[in-house]
Design a binder for this molecule. Sequence first.
Ligand SMILES: *Cc1c(COP(=O)(O)O)cnc(C)c1O
Length: 389
Amino acid sequence: MSEENYQLETLAIRAGSLRSQFNEHSEALFLTSSFMSDSAAQAAARFSGAEPGYIYSRFTNPTVAMFEERLAALEGAEQCVATASGMSAILACCMGVLKAGDHVVASRSLFGATVNLFVGILKKFGIETTFVSATDVSEWAAAVLPNTRLFFLETPSNPLTEVSDIAAIAAVAKQRGVLLAVDNCFCSPILQRPFDLGADIVIHSATKYLDGQGRVLGGAVLGSKKVMEGVFQFLRTAGPTLSAFNAWVILKGMETLKLRMEAHSANALQLAQWLEKQPNVARVFYPGLLSHPQHRLAMQQQKTGGGIVAFEVKGGKEAAWRVIDATQMISITANLGDTKSTITHPATTTHARITPEARAAAGITDSLLRIGVGLEAVSDIQADLARGL
Ligand SMILES: *Cc1c(COP(=O)(O)O)cnc(C)c1O
């Protein structure tokens, strides 16, 4: 199938499909640990890489391959390596491209566990990270050291929806010979394609919008064959592999990705506009709002504002918790990218394990709430929040 000219919504449904001898219409779940060879010679040829073919599901499985090819087509990447979760995708990326003594420059506005990976784990193995502003490109250039190997950012960021200028930061990275990795979890390739803007690596937590229904964990790293070689070798050797079952679930989720991203975004915009008018809301963070500091950049870089809205209530943690506890429909859970709306208090949940100083530097106050806006009627989401506001 020639996929080059297909639109994204077509690729999300058609790209990467493999068919077995039974010519099944829906993609099959290959729930098997290993694959058989016809002869000793064929087994040897497959292990050496001289002959293509499936060997063992730690690093080759047809259902996982379908997921990898579909996501690669959507992002416009040469290669995709699927992983067990978004965090293992970030780890696999770092293990694939970094070594002891290397330096990373990362956005200060990252998913909490990502910060912990850099400061709590990679540091133990001699990889140092400098954190800089998500939005001030000059800080990225100024932080580069002779041993800097990787720039890492997430845009829009979690939870404050800060928007980094991917093209501008990519230009700095190119000039300094540094690789740029972008965590594209919040937008998905439907809303934003970092490779088109100069990124070298794209990371996904497939747990979020790619599955889209809050069922399974998954992740992926994408890039050129050259960049991905080390990532694939890490996966093959260390095994943080996406299970075939999870790949099969996510493949089906991806088929409705475009419809869902558009619907999440439409609901989120309406909710954000409504929140801005509530007397007990101090501030709303949403890239689709005119009041967002990087609104213009966001609207150039992303198709829509996405599905995540954060806001500060008046009255600190007590008032924030009151909003959460007054909800009757919205789920109190840290997941996002689900058809069901979710609410979380980042300071005491997703970002509780980073230091208070790092939290303050990232702008995560005790009065901040984050909504993963779902696909319920926006009037019902508003009514549920109005109870505690
Ligand atoms: C959830 C998330 C991750 C981690 O993904 P898991 O699948 O939970 O491991 C990484 N980055 C961002 C932006 C996320 O929202």
